[in-house]
Structures are given as structure tokens and as C-alpha cells.
Design a binder for this molecule. Structure first.
Ligand code: PLP
Length: 365
């Protein structure tokens, strides 16, 4: 039966989801487990989103609004983008998949930094395309390196902004100079999954660049600060021809009705967004302090809701922390086996990380 499968998936390994918290708790006989592993927000959905979902549940006998017409219309209007340029997908991840499907033939190439978000590489590999991975420089995208890696078959260049897992972003002048030099046959995908967490005057809002007429795609998500990771809904903008191409490859009903309703209802709470942004910045500072207290310098400055730290052996520390009831992300799959990534949690969760790290590093565990 070996002929059954496409050659391009031979080298891929199935996604290994982290064990559910309950399973870790049971297996290790722990009373309480804290998960700081997936860059989710520690906050629940907004009250308005919960209400909207409850209403939407009553109509789940119907298929969702295919193509997410209402959500696209609303986002387009609010951001001054044409409806035809707005993409809604099953998470920003779903949109990365659509962009790859719409653009990549076997033998084509994408370019991205590394370590970075693995979906850029995996969605290309699945299609028989190749990802040219350009090592980060001081934990930040080497934009000249990305340009140098572009060849005649490059279709997409991903700039993960800020970069998952290192949290860093390139400044305005550097990013603009990079976009100015990008060859016309390549589409830049500026992934701004953590946009709402950022309060840095030198951080570029990709939608501004898009509205200025730059030919880029910009990605955003409801998974992070909006607290809707479990629903799978994200959005992005792209030139109309690109957005139309993604509509050709999308499944008709790829974003659930509850997800669309919750996303729409989440758009009117800027105060709560600001509160969460501040809490995140405080928590991120506290996690950095904890790491430094143990001689571990986090990469930075990190703009997102997570920190990257070189700990010598990421998987070993991950396993030892897990035995203490704290789950972080080992980064072998991201191309950084030496490191861990820790997501900012609630103040209590951040302190639990500190206690667990203290136990592990002092050999008390
Ligand atoms: C950089 C980046 N892009 C995209 C995603 C995917 O987000 P979503 O939940 O919207 O699929 C993530 C999630 O961690 C991410 O870190």
C-alpha cells in the first residue's frame, strides 16, 4: 500500500498535541496543573461573545454563513479595507493553509525565519514545496537573509511579527526597507497573530502598510487576546486576487457558526483589550524576572504573550517542570531544541512557574 500516499508527506510526522491537563494530572498524581504551553490567553471569551454563542447554539441545525459574509463585512468596514480583500478562516493557521494551497505547486518555495511558526514549513511541505529557513539573528528575523534566500520559484515569504517563539519584531524602518526590496513575484505574509498585545511605537501595523497600497497579506486572530482559541477563527487581508484565490481552495463551511458569532460580538470592547494588554505586560515582566532570577536570560524584547529562553536542553526542562505541575513548550519542533517557551498566565500561574522552576533548578524535585 506504500503507493497510496503522496511522496511529499513521507517525511512528515503527525502533529503531537500536548497531553490534556487532566491526563498529565492523573498520570503524575498532581493536584493541580498549570498550562503555559500554547500561547493562549489566560482570559475567557468576552461576555458579549458568550452571549452570542449561546444564541448561535440554538441554530446549529443550520450550516454557517459560508464565506463568513457578516464577519468579513464588519471587519472590512471597521478597518477601511475592501470586502474583496478580507479573508476569514479557521484561525490564522487556517489562512496560512489556504495561502499555501492557493499558491504552491510541487517544487515551489517559501522563505521564512527559523526558529519560527512551524505551519509555514508544514503547509509548504504537504504540497511538495520547499521551505527555505533562514536562521534568526539575535533571536530576530534576518530580513537581508530572507531576501537573499528568495529564488525564482519563491512564492511566499513569511515574516512572523512578532516572531513565535522568540517574541521579537523588526522595527519600522527595517521592515519598510525589506518590503521595498521584495521582488514582485513574491507575496509577503506578515503574521500579526499577537497584534493586540503590542504597545510599542516602533511596531508596524500591517493594515497601515496594506492601506498604503503595499502588496502584502496580513494575518490576525481571535485566538489570543480575545480568548477564543478553542473556536478556531482568524482573519486577514490580502490583495483581492490573493483573497479570491483563497476562496477557491477553502471548504464551503470552514468556520463554525458559533465561531463567527463570537468573533463578531468581540469587536466592541476596547477597554477590556487594553486591560488584558496591560495585565499581559505585567505578567511578561514577572516571568522575565523569574527567569533572570535563575540565570536564564529571555530573548527580547518580547512583544507577545510569551518568552523564549535558552535553557540548554528544552525537552529535559519541560519534562522536569511537568512533574512539578507546570507545562511549558519545548521547542524542538520549532527548530530550537535548546530552548523553552513560556506563555504568560494569570498572576497565580506565573508564580506557580516560578516555584516549579525553583524546585527543578535547585534539585529539590
Ligand atoms: C505566529 C502565529 N501565527 C498563527 C498562529 C495560529 O493562530 P490561530 O489560533 O489563529 O490559528 C499562531 C498560534 O500560536 C501563531 O503563534
Amino acid at each position: 500500500m506504500t503507493d497510496l500516499f503522496r511522496a511529499s508527506i513521507d517525511g512528515l510526522v503527525p502533529y503531537e498535541p500536548g497531553k490534556p491537563v487532566e491526563a498529565v494530572q492523573r498520570e503524575l498524581g498532581l493536584d493541580h496543573v498549570v498550562k503555559l504551553a500554547s500561547n493562549e490567553g489566560p482570559f475567557p471569551p468576552f461576555p458579549a461573545a458568550l452571549e452570542a454563542m449561546q444564541r448561535a447554539v440554538l441554530e446549529l441545525n443550520r450550516y454557517p454563513d459560508g464565506g463568513a459574509w457578516a464577519l468579513r463585512t464588519e471587519l472590512a468596514e471597521r478597518h477601511g479595507i475592501a470586502f474583496e480583500e478580507l479573508i476569514v478562516g479557521a484561525g490564522a493557521d487556517g489562512i496560512i493553509d489556504l495561502l499555501a494551497q492557493a499558491t504552491l505547486d510541487p517544487g515551489d518555495e517559501v522563505v521564512c525565519g527559523w526558529p519560527s511558526f512551524p505551519s509555514y514549513v508544514l503547509t509548504a511541505a504537504k504540497l511538495g514545496a520547499e521551505a527555505r529557513r533562514v536562521p534568526l539573528r539575535e533571536h530576530t528575523h534576518d530580513l537581508d537573509g530572507l531576501l537573499a534566500a528568495i529564488g525564482p520559484r519563491t512564492k511566499l515569504v513569511y515574516v512572523c511579527h512578532p516572531n513565535n517563539p522568540t517574541g521579537t519584531a523588526n522595527g519600522r524602518a527595517e521592515l519598510l526597507a525589506f518590503l521595498d526590496r521584495l521582488p514582485e513575484h513574491v507575496l509577503c505574509v506578515l503574521d500579526q497573530a499577537y497584534f493586540e498585545y503590542i504597545d510599542d511605537p516602533d511596531y508596524v501595523d500591517g493594515l497601515d502598510l496594506f492601506r498604503e497600497g503595499r502588496r502584502i497579506a496580513v494575518l490576525r486572530t481571535f485566538s489570543k487576546i480575545y480568548g477564543l482559541a478553542g473556536l478556531r477563527v482568524g482573519w486577514g487581508v490580502a490583495p483581492a486576487d490573493v483573497a479570491t484565490a483563497t476562496s477557491k481552495v477553502r471548504r464551503a463551511f470552514d468556520v463554525a457558526a458559533t465561531a463567527q458569532a463570537a468573533a463578531l460580538a468581540s469587536l466592541d470592547d476596547p477597554q477590556e483589550i487594553a486591560r488584558r494588554r496591560e495585565l499581559n505586560a505585567t505578567g511578561r515582566g514577572r516571568l522575565a524576572e523569574i527567569l533572570r532570577g535563575h540565570g536564564l536570560e529571555p530573548a527580547g524584547p518580547s512583544l507577545g504573550n510569551f518568552l523564549f529562553a535558552d535553557v540548554g536542553g528544552g525537552r529535559e526542562l519541560f519534562e522536569r517542570l511537568q512533574r512539578e505541575g507546570v507545562i511549558v513548550r519545548p521547542l524542538d519542533g520549532f527548530g530550537a531544541p535548546e530552548a523553552i517557551r513560556v506563555t504568560v498566565g494569570t498572576p497565580e500561574e506565573n508564580e506557580a512557574f516560578g516555584v516549579a522552576l525553583g524546585h527543578v533548578l535547585s534539585g529539590v524535585s
